[in-house]
Design a protein around this ligand. Structure first.
Ligand SMILES: O=C(O)CCC(=O)C(=O)O
Ligand SMILES: [Fe+2]
Length: 221
């Protein structure tokens, strides 16, 4: 359901974690989805990620700029076909930077330092969620930079669980992310555990033409 009875203003979910509903308009969502479809093609396209324990992630993934594998970054698909990862596009870094500026404005400027405004975004992870996909509680801790992570969502809505930096358990806040929403986490929230316990299959805006959910997280190495 893309209609909401109540408006969804920007909200600080925890210090340093800011939800920016509807940050991407319909045109920007289409543009990002079209780019994701190009990136998903081989070489170094969408893949199933195998965990060190032998299990597989239910989310399928691709990387731009640097290849993420559990747990680190490489220039090539070291845990797959060895191809060179696709280039990170400058425009995506500019979108992320603008979202950080908007999050800082919405949060009253406190949680992000001046450094966050000049972050050199150079990595993106693109996740594709089919109807049954989910992502367990984890932290994004394989980057050396403390620049905020910026997430953009497309397609089906989901429950995004945003916890704390101490562990996987409570307290957490469940936020519904819709197609077009941005979510920024930096400062004291940069290493907080977070995950996606479920998506809402069939809730994507029909005009986007996507079944499932795509999430793009933009990061600085
Ligand atoms: O799909 C999402 O909203 C979150 C993705 C995420 O946490 C990640 O890629 O590390
Ligand atoms: Fe994450």
């Amino acid at each position: 359901m893309s209609e909401e009875l109540f408006p969804r203003p920007p909200a600080q979910v925890a210090p340093g974690a800011v939800h920016l509903p509807g940050w991407l308009d319909a045109g920007a969502q289409e543009e990002l989805l079209a780019a994701c479809r190009r990136w998903a093609l081989p070489p170094a396209g969408l893949r199933t990620v195998r965990m060190p324990g032998g299990g597989e992630m239910s989310v399928r993934q691709l990387s731009l700029g640097r290849h993420w594998y559990p747990y680190g970054y490489a220039d090539t698909v070291v845990d797959g076909g060895g191809e060179r990862v696709k280039t990170f596009p400058a425009w995506l870094g500019e979108w992320a930077q603008r979202a950080v500026d908007d999050a800082a404005a919405a949060a009253g400027d406190g949680p992000f330092g001046a450094g966050a405004r000049a972050a050199a975004y150079d990595i993106a992870l693109v996740n594709f969620y089919g109807a049954d996909a989910r992502m367990g509680m984890h932290r994004d801790s394989d980057e050396r930079s403390d620049a905020p992570v910026v997430s953009f969502s497309l397609g089906d809505a989901c429950v995004f669980r945003f916890g704390n930096a101490e562990g996987r358990g409570r307290p957490w806040r469940d936020v519904r992310l819709h197609s077009g929403d941005a979510f920024v986490f930096g400062g004291p929230a940069r290493l907080a555990y977070h995950g996606v316990p479920r998506t809402e299959p069939g809730s994507a805006p029909p005009a986007l033409g996507l079944r499932g959910r795509v999430n793009v997280t933009v990061r600085a190495y």
